[in-house]
Structures are given as structure tokens and as C-alpha cells.
Design a binder for this molecule. Sequence first.
Ligand code: ZN
Ligand code: ZN
Length: 275
Amino acid sequence: MIEHLLEHIDRLIQQRPVCKEVLESYRELASLMKKVEPEPQDIRFEDRLKDMKKEEGFPLFSREDIPVDLEASSELFAKFIEHLSNTEREDRDGLKKVLEKSKSDSGWTDSLFKTVLRKDDKALSKTGKEVDLDPATLSFLAQVALRPSLYALRDAASDRIDKEHWNYGYCPVCGSEPDMACFAKTGKRYLHCELCGQEWAYHRLKCPFCRNEEHKTLGYFEAEQEEGLRVDFCRQCMKYLKTVDKRVFEEAAPMELENLATIHLDMLANEHGFK
Ligand SMILES: [Zn+2]
Ligand SMILES: [Zn+2]
């Protein structure tokens, strides 16, 4: 699976040179993922599914109680930090501090993971200050370190949930918000979970963040000279979602890569005042 990911990264680097730097860094992290194998978690899916049916709109897990292999994720996180602190990155001193912290205090990384899973921005920025590292970098690296474990969970859960008829603006597996959207070959719109990577079908003209359906306040803009990529926005909540139209591309990359390969669209959206 990782090999497949690396091939996509190499192809994207050729196609979208503007994102070369980001993709090359991610390639290094993805190569390190090969070295860590998360343990399958013991999950009573049937009980969970019963609860899910009882209470309409409840995802299978919440971000706080999602069963991940913290040990394997910590090991991977340490590999990321060790590798990155030995590069010429400007923030390498902060990364070295993270390495020291995680080595001297075995609970430090677990607590970081929990902070990221809880989406506790206040605690995250405090942790960032402690080690002189941008909280966004810290959060990104923690999320990527959790990915092998989260994606294994998603794969185990995926066949058991009705992702074609979920119709909520948050993930049916973990309850997180989407970070990307796509149009499938059928023209159906799917949202992609920012945390576990699950995809689910959603209305074409509805904001997943505030459920706004008014055509007047929903819209999109396209990147210049880039067919098949666009930014959908909502003037009611001022949020946006990048969208990949899979009908245009011969081969679309996994959405977590498309997300990295479209950071220029994030900048464009921010310039327009969307967040
Ligand atoms: Zn999810
Ligand atoms: Zn909205």
C-alpha cells in the first residue's frame, strides 16, 4: 500500500511542480511508514453498529474514543522527528526539543496524540510553545503518525457502514469534518474525512459545515489553468472545501495526497477570506 502511495507522490510531483517541496517531504514520511506495522485493535463492531442505528446521526466512534494503536503511532512519530531534526529545516531546533521530550517522558507523545484527537487548539499551542515548534507542524506530524493505525481502522469499518446514505457533514466512522471533496466518475459528490480518510456521499449543493442549502450563498471558484480542481465555498459560514473532479483525471491520487498537492488552492481560498 505504501509503495502505491509513493508512486502517486512521484507522479504528482511531475504534474504539479508548485507542490514539489510539500510532496517531497511527505514522501520521506511515507517511506518511514513502511517500518511500522500497527496492531489491529480489538473492536466490538456489532455493539457499536447497534448504537449507531439507535441514535440517528451518531458516528461509529468519536474522536475522543477512537481505538488507535498508540504504541505503534508513537514509534512512527519518533522516526519522523528523528529524521526531520537531522535535515536543514529551519525548525530543526524545535524538532530536536520534541525528540528530547518524547524520549525523556514516555507519556508526552500519547498526550500530544490525545490533544490532536480532541482538537484542543489551546493545549496544542501550549505544547508548541514548550518545544518552540509551530503547533500546525506538531499537529500535522502527529496526525500522519496516527494514519497507519487510523486507516487500518477505517478499512475495517468501511464495509460495515452505509457510506452512500450517511448524508451528514461529518465522518460516519469518527465524526470529523471533511478536508476535501470529490466528484466520482458517476458525478456523485463524496466528502473525505480529515482524520481517518473515510469517504461518504453528500448532497452536491449543501455546505457540510453549516448545512446551508441556499444557492445564492454557495459557490465555487477554479484555479487558473487547472481543470478538475476547484474550491467550493459557503458565504454563510465562510468555510471552503477543495474539490477534485475525478471525471477529469485519468488517475486521481488518494485524497490525502490531493490535499497536499493543492495547497495553492488553500492560499487562494484564504485570500478570498475563507477559512
Ligand atoms: Zn473519519
Ligand atoms: Zn457553510
